[in-house]
Every structure is written in structure tokens, then in C-alpha cells.
Design a protein around this ligand. Structure first.
Ligand SMILES: NC(=O)c1ccc[n+]([C@@H]2O[C@H](COP(=O)([O-])OP(=O)(O)OC[C@H]3O[C@@H](n4cnc5c(N)ncnc54)[C@H](O)[C@@H]3O)[C@@H](O)[C@H]2O)c1
Ligand SMILES: O[C@H]1[C@H](O)[C@@H](O)[C@H](O)[C@@H](O)[C@H]1O
Length: 340
């Protein structure tokens, strides 16, 4: 069966996902697009796709079996609720939503529907390097994971559009999610320290040093730098009881010349995670054709949102901010635990 997809939001990642859905992946066709900027939607629409005036019109259309949401975070809740009301599988870019209350409303709607419909765009879980790293941790040969060092550096972020909350509610959510997934753990609380401000980002508060206290007692330190200038640099190293497991430096051709040996650094997320995005959509298509969703869930989006909310509180309070999660609905599987 050919999955007919409607895309909401045709900005940077919307266009990149339309490219992979039309030129890279099979079994899928983009039949509809929309954006509040209709001219942008029209220019991003692949041949034969209909341009809708509103997300609701696209979601309700008979020509759309499943939806991909690539609008800004604060718009996600309303669009997710409309997809769930229509019973259509939906891939929603991260962040799921931008407050815990909104995440709970989406969760309640999905649970009332009774079947998973939502996959959240935490693409690191589909990256081959992260998958190998998790296999080593889960294999147990290094003992229990004690600390995870997560480095998240963006060359730059769009001035004006990327606000001072976003290092925590748009960028940190990746590190929160990957820490939970890698360590099979939950985040119990957050501290944030602000180092000297970088002059690269104008008024933007940047960088951030975040400490995630995991329920097992493991600690995760996260560097969020969003105007590092030199490239998109994602690193991760897990310190266990008897050894260390780390992401490799990205395989890239080594250039040698009079200036020495060097390897290229990805420009942005499109380049660094290109295969991971392809894979997350391969897996999404398989589930969406069956009318459901697998992979990162509304529960995972809720957990990451709780971390973002707590981190935003911690910036103001300067102290440890505790996280309290609601009970996990059966729809999302068993609670995780990494026993000491
Ligand atoms: N997984 C990743 O690595 C990754 C990478 C980039 C962006 N993202 C996420 O994807 C989303 C979009 O990011 P982007 O970088 O493409 O931003 P962008 O600003 O380039 O594009 C967003 C588009 O959505 C449109 N839009 C906003 N609100 C809308 C609404 N209510 N209805 C219809 N259209 C609307 C805007 O007009 C714009 O064209 C964000 O949630 C972002 O966090 C994820
Ligand atoms: O929306 C983007 C995207 O999620 C990237 O993966 C992340 O590195 C950026 O910080 C964020 O702004």
C-alpha cells in the first residue's frame, strides 16, 4: 500500500523531510502540504501535491492517510490533537509540545483513542552510532553506567526565531531523550549553570551547562552551545564501572595538506543525522501503513518536556529542580528501570 502523507510546516526540516519522502524512501507519497506561509508551502509542494490553506483542512482530507508535523513547537499541540481526533498516524517533529500540561492533553487524547498514533522526531535513537553505543551499555560488559557526558553544539541558530527558552525546550530535549533511552532510566531532577555568555549569539542566553540527575543515581552533564560557529558537533561518552563507551568521531575523509591532517565537521543536523532521519521515517512508514505508531512516543515527548520545564525553572531558581512524572499509561509499555 502507498502511504499518502500530508506535511504541515514547510520550513527547513519540512523541506528536508519532503525531499526524503519523495526522493529517498519508497512506499510513500506526499499528497498534501500546508504552512502559514502559503507561498512557501506552494514552492515546497512536490509535483501533484495539493496545497491546503489550513492544517485542519489537510488533516481532514481524504487524500491524506498520515501526517508529518514540522511546524514550530508551540503549534504542535493543536495539530496533534486534530490528527488524533481524525484517527490518523502522525510523525511530529520534536519538541512534542512546549509544556507538560500540553503533553498530558495529547497523552489523554491518544489513550482515549486506544491505540498509539504519535511518533516523536527523536532521530538520535535511529542513528547507527547511538544504536551501537546503546548495545554496548545494554550488553553489561562494562558494568553499570555511572555518568554520561553529552555535548550538543550548533554552529548557529536562526536569530529572532530561536528564543532564549529554546536551548532548553527545543535543543536540550534531544539530550534528555537520548539519556533516558541510552541509560534505560528516567530523569529525576535537573540543575542548570550558566557560564560566561558567548558573544556569538547577541542577546541570546548561551551556552548552558545542564546536569540531569537520573532516577538510578547516574548523572548526565550536557553542554548546550547554539552559536559555536565552527560546525554541528554532537558527542557522547558513557562512563561505566569498568570502562568507557563513546560515540565515534563521524567517519569522514581525512584531508592532508600543508596545513596538516583534518576531517570535515558537519554544517548542521541535516548532514550529521541524514541516515538517522531516513531510518526514523522507514520505521514510521511501516507502522503508519498499519494505522499505528512505534518508536519515540507521546510518553517520551512528555518526559523530555518535563525536563525542559524543570530546566527553565532551574535557570531562575539556581537550584536542583525535582521532576515528578505521572504513572505511565499501559499504552506506552512498562516503566523503565535500571536496578542498582
Ligand atoms: N529533529 C531534528 O533534528 C530537528 C531539526 C530541525 C528542526 N526540528 C524541529 O522541527 C520543527 C520545525 O523546525 P524548522 O527548523 O524547520 O523551522 P522553520 O522555521 O524553518 O520552519 C517551520 C515552518 O512551520 C511553519 N509554521 C509555523 N507555525 C505553523 C502553523 N501553526 N501552521 C502551519 N505552519 C506553521 C512556518 O511558517 C515555517 O515555514 C521545530 O519543532 C523544530 O524543533 C527538528
Ligand atoms: O531544531 C533543531 C534540531 O532539533 C537540532 O537537532 C538541534 O541540534 C537544534 O539545536 C535544534 O534547534
Amino acid at each position: 500500500m502507498m502511504l499518502r502523507v500530508g506535511v504541515i510546516g514547510t520550513g527547513m526540516i519540512g523541506q528536508d523531510h519532503i525531499r526524503r519522502l519523495t526522493k529517498v524512501l519508497s512506499g510513500v507519497q506526499v499528497t498534501a502540504v500546508t504552512d502559514i506561509d502559503l507561498a512557501r508551502a506552494a514552492s515546497a509542494a512536490p509535483e501533484g501535491a495539493q496545497v491546503f490553506d489550513t492544517p485542519n483542512a489537510l488533516i481532514g482530507s481524504d487524500s491524506v492517510d498520515a501526517v508529518v508535523i514540522c511546524s514550530w513547537g508551540p503549534a504542535h499541540e493543536e495539530q496533534l490533537l486534530a490528527c488524533i481526533a481524525a484517527g490518523k498516524p502522525v510523525f511530529c517533529e520534536k519538541p512534542l509540545v512546549t509544556s507538560a500540561e500540553a503533553a498530558l492533553r495529547v497523552m489523554e487524547a491518544e489513550c482515549a483513542f486506544g491505540r498509539r498514533l504519535v511518533q516523536v522526531g527523536f532521530m538520535r535513537r535511529f542513528d547507527a552510532d547511538y544504536r551501537r553505543l546503546k548495545a554496548v551499555i545494554d550488553g553489561g560488559t562494562l558494568g553499570l553506567p555511572l555518568m554520561y557526558h553529552s555535548t550538543h553544539r550548533n554552529a548557529s541558530v536562526p536569530p529572532g526565531l530561536y528564543t532564549s527558552e529554546m536551548p532548553l525546550n527545543d535543543t536540550l530535549v534531544h539530550d534528555a531523550d537520548i539519556s533516558r533511552w541510552l541509560l534505560s532510566d528516567e530523569v529525576a531532577g535537573v540543575e542548570v549553570r550558566l557560564p560566561r555568555k558567548s558573544r556569538q549569539g547577541g542577546e541570546l542566553r548561551d551556552p548552558h551547562f545542564v546536569l540531569l540527575h537520573m532516577a538510578s543515581g547516574a548523572l548526565v552533564d550536557v553542554e548546550i552551545s547554539v552559536n559555536i560557529a565552527y560546525g554541528y558537533d554532537i558527542r557522547g561518552e558513557v562512563s561505566c564501572e569498568t570502562g568507557i563507551a563513546a560515540l565515534p568521531n563521524r567517519p569522514a575523509t581525512v584531508v592532508t595538506d600543508a596545513n596538516g591532517y583534518r576531517q570535515a565537521i558537519p554544517e548542521d543536523w541535516r548532514e550529521r543525522f541524514i541516515e538517522a532521519y531516513d531510518q526514523e521515517f522507514r520505521e514510521w512508514i511501516v507502522a503508519a501503513v498499519q494505522g499505528t505508531a512505534t518508536g519515540p512516543s507521546t510518553w517520551d515527548g512528555y518526559a523530555a518536556t518535563l525536563v525542559a520545564d524543570a530546566a527553565l525553572r532551574a535557570v531562575d531558581s539556581g537550584v536542583f529542580e525535582k521532576i515528578t512524572m505521572r504513572d505511565k499509561p499501559a499504552l506506552y509499555g512498562l516503566p523503565v528501570s535500571r536496578a542498582a
